[in-house]
Design a protein around this ligand. Structure first.
Ligand SMILES: [Zn+2]
Ligand SMILES: [Zn+2]
Ligand SMILES: [Zn+2]
Length: 167
């Protein structure tokens, strides 16, 4: 079983955040886009965890520096980050996830842990090809294909294993 797609419990998370922010800065620069304070803050909040956050959660954690919270600003920042591939919307959670494989062209399936909410992004080229084939066969004009699967991550699965093999 390959667990490497899910983050190890003990890993250098500072390095994750650092890599994510560095990539975001480069991505904005190469598009001549400004990495504004709002965009930066929203991405930082998302990079702080390996699970998707809803807009309400982001609102609560956002440092507004005394200003009144404006959800539209969060949405605009998310929209931008999503448009350049730094953030993914996880439909089944109605929430947003910082991309864990930024910069790499990826056909992704999101594996969502129902217990700890951790999400792994996994390459799923064959499944995406199958959907594209299906679209061809049915004359369906495909616009987007976001694949999500729900279940338990390796950590949560072993913690709830009935035979208590973890002990
Ligand atoms: Zn991390
Ligand atoms: Zn991604
Ligand atoms: Zn889990």
């Amino acid at each position: 079983m390959d667990q490497s797609f899910f983050p190890e419990r003990q890993h250098d998370h500072e390095a994750c955040i650092h890599a994510g922010m560095a990539h975001a800065e480069a991505a904005c620069e190469s598009r001549n886009e400004r990495f504004t304070a709002n965009r930066r803050s929203v991405l930082e909040l998302l990079l702080a965890v390996h699970r998707p956050l809803g807009v309400y959660e982001l609102m609560k954690q956002f440092d507004w520096k005394g200003r009144r919270p404006a959800p539209a600003q969060i949405y605009r920042a998310l929209e931008f980050l999503e448009s350049i591939g730094l953030v993914h919307r996880i439909e089944s959670c109605n929430a947003y996830l910082a991309c864990s494989r930024p910069g790499r062209h990826h056909c992704t399936i999101f594996l969502v842990c129902e217990q700890c909410k951790t999400v792994a992004e996994v390459e799923a080229k064959r499944m995406q090809d199958a959907i594209a084939d299906l679209a061809d066969q049915t004359g369906f004009e495909l616009h987007s294909q976001v694949l999500e699967a729900r279940g338990l991550c390796p950590d949560c699965a072993s913690a709830t294993a009935p035979d208590g093999s973890d002990h």
